[in-house]
Design a protein around this ligand. Structure first.
Ligand code: ADP
Length: 497
């Protein structure tokens, strides 16, 4: 799409792959800014200068140095190899230069100063967005992501002349809630202490900064954008989201189609493609050997790679396993998370060694081998803002069996006589969050699996789908243009002045 004048985008994220990643947000921030750059937009990614991120980036140049309250801030610029995207890092001694997880300490507890850390980050972003850091670069759009950046749209709303703001929700379950005293401690306006603004049941809510003040809000799938406006999925914020529904929409995440490509994936035993799926059988054999399962080329193999948490429906799978293992199939599970789930899964794997293989931990290589070697992929999430693995599965000819929620509903079409004729069938939908429903759907999938021509059709339909970031990035461009139209007061120095 031709762009007359390059829009200037400040993309604000608390993590970005490969510098630092804890979840889906990291993947998006690692891919979307680059895809926007490819659309000829002028994009800068800004994030905190965590020790890990600085280490990954190598050499950086100092763009600016200034004081913010009692702190001296250094703004650094770096670039990843073979990536033209400019990465800005907010270096504030004592705030981000510590090892490990960006949000949690070594005991898995939130860092005690998270409110101060992400309030400071937001203040610096606001300053840059208003062209008040001596950089002579002002964005037209400030694109914020999740609660860590929620104060940015709020702080920007205090200025009459400001860029347009976008707030993207990656998971509404994480809201950045802090004790009430932080309102004053962080120097935020007293008038913000109202349930119409940042108060949430007696706590200070960072996410509400984005939800109340951003010009446009979006989530990472169209279905999740609708779901979060209901009491069932709204996490207490559905009323506010309904109130803002006129400026709320969903844009499906893309996936890294280079890293997840069965025709070139360096982690696979044998490559394969839509025209020749024979290599998939070799990968299945390798996977069975790797995990000590019997070599059964015809036994349908179901894979799962996940955080082991209730959101992902792991308890539903656990309840279903005693019945699943009675079916002529094999199950392969890779994940880590809730200790109770880890222990129960490991015990079941011991009980059914010919049917069930479990690996506890995070293993990128095994994840690729499962996607390539499995026939089906199980994802019975209770809610799923977007979900990546069902898209990887579709691309790898691994037919997904998923719940009818969020991004899963937007990417998977249930197999029926009707959808087979229409050519849209690419997977199976589990009707409810009961283990019996899961079992019934797996049985339905096994019946279809026996018809090789039909199965091949499901695989082909999935493998043909376009999940590239290019198409999502074009939707974000439209969103930016809309936001600009509704906010006709850009900051000094921007294109749209
Ligand atoms: P979420 O962000 O809610 O965890 P997504 O499906 O959006 O779920 O993304 C999860 C990503 O993390 C996927 O790329 C998935 O393959 C990967 N992943 C999750 N657990 C593991 C694991 N144990 N080993 C390897 N990769 C994992």
């Amino acid at each position: 799409m031709p762009v007359d004048t390059a829009l200037r985008i400040l993309f604000v994220s608390s993590e970005a792959y490969p510098l630092i990643k804890t979840g889906g947000l990291g993947d998006v921030a690692g891919s979307l800014p680059r895809a926007l750059l490819d659309l000829q937009l002028d994009v800068r990614l800004i994030m905190p200068a965590y020790a890990t991120a600085l280490g990954q980036l190598g050499e950086t140049k100092i763009l600016a140095q200034f004081s913010e309250g009692a702190d001296t801030i250094t703004l650094r610029e770096g670039q990843l190899p073979d990536n033209p995207l400019k990465v800005w890092l907010v270096d504030a001694p004592g705030y981000f230069d510590r090892p490990g997880n960006p949000y949690l300490d070594s005991n898995g507890q939130p860092w005690v100063d998270n409110a101060e850390r992400f309030a400071l980050f937001s203040r610096i972003v606001t300053r840059l967005a208003l062209n008040q850091a001596g950089l002579n670069w002002a964005p037209d759009i400030v694109h914020c992501n999740d609660w860590q950046t929620g104060l940015v749209p709020a702080l920007l709303a205090l200025s009459a002349q400001r860029p347009a703001t976008i707030f993207t929700l990656h998971n509404l379950a994480y809201q950045g809630l802090f004790p009430a005293h932080y309102l004053q401690q962080l120097g935020l306006p007293a008038s913000w202490w109202s349930h119409h603004v940042l108060e949430f049941h007696g706590q200070l809510s960072f996410i509400k900064g984005g939800l109340v003040f951003a010009d446009r809000i979006n989530t990472v799938s169209p279905r999740y954008a609708l779901e979060i406006q209901t009491a069932e999925f709204g996490n207490g914020l559905d009323g506010l989201l309904r109130h803002r529904s006129a400026v709320l929409n969903g844009i499906l995440n893309g996936i890294d189609t280079e890293e997840w490509n069965p025709a070139t994936d360096p982690l696979l035993e044998k490559h394969y493609s839509i025209n020749d799926l024979s290599g998939k059988q070799v990968n299945k054999q390798t996977l069975q050997t790797m995990l000590g399962l019997p070599q059964k080329p015809d036994a349908p193999l179901i894979g799962l790679i996940s955080r082991l948490v209730t959101q992902k429906g792991i308890d539903i799978i656990l309840d279903a396993i005693p019945n699943l293992v009675k079916l002529p199939l094999q199950l392969v599970l890779l994940g880590s998370g809730d200790r109770v789930f880890e222990t129960r899964l490991a015990a079941l794997a011991k009980q059914y060694p010919n049917k069930l293989a479990v690996r506890i931990g995070y293993d990128e290589t095994l994840a690729h081998c499962i996607e390539a070697g499995a026939d089906m992929y199980l994802m019975p999430s209770r809610f799923e803002p977007c979900g990546l693995n069902q898209m990887y599965s579709l691309r790898y000819g691994t037919v997904p069996i998923v719940r009818d929620v969020g991004g899963l509903a937007d990417t998977v079409t249930d197999t029926s006589a009707k959808t087979l004729i229409k050519g849209t069938a690419n997977g199976f939908i589990i009707g409810t969050d009961a283990s019996l429903a899961l079992l019934k759907t797996v049985k339905r999938a096994l019946r279809r699996y026996r018809d090789k021509t039909q199965w091949r059709q499901l695989q082909t339909t999935g493998m043909q789908q376009d999940f590239s970031w290019q198409s999502s990035a074009r939707e974000y461009l439209t969103l930016y243009q809309r936001a600009q139209q509704t906010n006709p007061k850009p900051a000094p120095g921007s294109n749209a002045e």
